[in-house]
Design a protein around this ligand. Structure first.
Ligand code: GRF
Length: 190
């Protein structure tokens, strides 16, 4: 299974996928890593691992993922032979035409127990809401904000004295476990 990764941040989830591939628990390869941020650490990590990388030109838009940029992204992923696209901390909403090129083949990892707390800093939303439990979700992307069929979830407790950072760290440990597992399960059924 050839994976394409889209990320805007540190790329720890991409690293988790790569680690699972390296230790043989995920039968896949990462064919291309793309970021909308030229200085994102995910690109540095990918380059260090010898993976092909590229930058998505979002035409100066801060949060929008313009249609031309989505079409270029789809073309780059296709040219790299990508079969499954993993969003890993990618901070723009994916819509057509990218979704149309990879129907039911784009996954996202989100740091909450969806449908609770979609959107930004979901771990902080959980903390602010006084939730006793938080977690993470891998789901198929459907063009909405952190919506789409849920593939796998993991719960973590919210502990007394948790800060946003300590809770996010605990959630990320689970993210790194369930993302490769969700990709493995989905790939088996394709
Ligand atoms: C993760 O918390 C993920 O759930 C969210 O963005 C963060 C990305 O982290 N979508 P990283 O870049 O994989 O370290």
């Amino acid at each position: 299974m050839r994976l394409g990764i889209l990320g805007s941040g540190s790329g720890s989830n991409m690293q988790a996928l790569l680690d699972a591939i390296d230790d043989g628990s995920l039968d896949a390869e990462i064919a291309l890593v793309l970021s909308d941020k030229p200085d994102a650490y995910i690109l540095e990590r990918a380059a260090k691992a010898g993976l092909p990388t590229g930058v998505i030109d979002c035409r100066g838009f801060k949060t929008k993922f313009p249609e031309e940029a989505q079409a270029e992204t789809a073309a780059a992923l296709k040219a790299a032979g990508v079969e499954l696209v993993c969003l890993a901390g990618f901070m723009r909403l994916v819509k057509a035409p990218l979704l149309e090129v990879f129907p039911d083949r784009i996954l996202n990892i989100h740091p909450s127990l969806l449908p609770a707390f979609p959107g930004l800093e979901a771990w902080k939303q959980a903390l602010d809401a006084g939730a006793s439990e938080a977690g993470c979700t891998v789901h198929l992307v459907d063009g909405g904000m952190d919506s789409g069929p849920i593939l796998l979830q993991a719960k973590v407790p919210v502990l007394p004295g948790d800060s946003a950072e300590s809770l996010h760290q605990r959630i990320q440990v689970e993210e790194h476990r369930i993302y490769p597992e969700a990709v493995r399960r989905l790939a088996e059924n394709l």
